[in-house]
Design a protein around this ligand. Structure first.
Ligand SMILES: Nc1nc2c(c(=O)[nH]1)N[C@H]1C(S)=C(S)[C@@H](COP(=O)(O)O)O[C@H]1N2
Ligand SMILES: [Mo]
Length: 363
């Protein structure tokens, strides 16, 4: 049993801090992930926050610094709702191990580090417009109440997003998830939700919004969540040379059946999810049932939520013995998925969006 009201099938990668997600066969059952199935990625403690004491501080390069309670926020700003997918930059990390070693302290995600919720809250843009952003501002830092112990130091989780993203309508300061107050593990009482960006920027237990001229100096902005080439290792890394992760990359994953499954020969509906490069849309998903020799377009299941994953499905024929399925997505920004995991291997194990491949046994 775990302590965070997750369902029995939840795959717990780590108990303290708590990290895990639901088997993709379950994730694929509903466009909106129920809270008991929503993945969790936490680096430190789960702060216990009392609403009486809680204040959101907004300072930095603005005209009027503020400290608002949750009730102040609700009274001052209209409620906004957005259906958005969060995905950990480390989703699909375990497949990188085929191409090289990944530090053992990393959470070894399969492809369950992704989920979708209906988020309710206030728009960060509304808040920033109310406090008056100065002309030289360029980044918005989001700082948490949690306490992370690392290398003999204790500090709070944080990160930043560029001002243009912070002013986009889809970015929320959320106090609700699927119509209920946030649960403690998902950031109660307030978290950022930055649709289209790696979920590392969707800071939980949000406490301070600091408008600045440069990206955050926080460890998780400067010494983590950066992308490097395959030639860089833990020993040779110069963190200042890495690219800060922002937008999610185009990806598609086969969820049903699961990798390695034995399936009866004959017709079968294969199902999966796809996500576009942040801000674009999935244009098509193609599936190969013969290890990449021929490809057919899957049916994209309509949904009216531009910041949510796209579900897709396709009928295929299972024959006796081993069969390799592959899936690849294209988005409206012209992105497609790299062929192999070797091309994009990086020592932190981020952003694996190589063409997804599973093995089935027809019986
Ligand atoms: N304060 C705080 N916010 C955080 C984190 C954290 O450890 N502390 N983890 C981040 C990462 S890496 C991810 S992937 C998402 C996960 O959100 P979830 O646990 O609600 O799924 O939260 C982000 N926000
Ligand atoms: Mo993450």
């Amino acid at each position: 049993m775990n302590h965070y009201h997750k369902r029995a099938e939840f795959i717990v990668h780590q108990q303290d801090p708590f990290n895990g997600g639901c088997p993709p066969t379950i994730l694929r059952e509903s466009l909106i992930t129920p809270i008991d199935s929503f993945y969790v990625r936490t680096h430190g403690n789960v702060p216990e926050v009392s609403l009486n004491d809680f204040r959101l501080t907004i300072d930095g390069l603005i005209e009027r610094s503020q400290a608002w309670s949750l009730d102040d926020l609700k009274a001052r700003f209209p409620k906004r709702e957005i259906t958005a997918t969060l995905q950990c930059a480390g989703n699909r990390r375990c497949e990188f191990q085929q191409a090289g070693e990944i530090p053992s302290d990393s959470v070894m995600w399969g492809y369950e580090g992704i989920s979708t919720a209906v988020w309710g809250g206030v728009a960060l843009a509304d808040v920033l417009n109310a406090v008056g952003v100065r002309w030289n501002a360029a980044h918005v830092e989001l700082i948490s109440l949690d306490q992370i112990e690392k290398d003999d130091q204790t500090f709070s989780y944080g990160g930043s997003i560029p001002l243009h993203k912070a002013l986009s309508a889809e970015v929320l300061l959320a106090y609700e998830m699927n119509g209920a107050p946030l649960t403690p593990i998902h950031g109660y009482p307030l978290r950022a939700v930055v649709p289209g960006y790696v979920a590392a920027r969707s800071v939980k237990w949000l406490s301070v919004i600091r408008v600045g001229a440069a990206p955050s100096e926080n460890f998780y902005q400067q010494r983590d969540y950066k992308l490097f080439g395959p030639q860089v290792s833990e020993d040779t890394v110069d963190w200042d040379q890495g690219e800060m992760l922002n937008e999610m990359f185009t990806d598609s994953v086969i969820c049903v059946p699961s990798d390695g499954a034995q399936v009866p020969i004959g017709p079968l509906i294969v199902k999966g999810y796809a996500v576009p490069f942040g801000g674009s849309q999935i244009e098509r998903v193609e599936v190969s049932a013969d290890d990449g020799h021929t490809w057919r377009s899957a049916t994209l299941i309509p949904n009216e939520h531009p910041w949510a994953w796209r579900f897709w499905e396709i009928p295929i024929t299972i024959h006796a013995g081993e069969q390799i399925l592959r899936a690849r997505a294209y988005d409206t920004a012209g992105n497609l998925q790299p062929e192999t995991v070797e091309q994009i291997w990086n020592f932190r194990g981020y952003m694996n969006n190589s063409v997804h491949r599973i093995r089935l046994i027809g019986v």
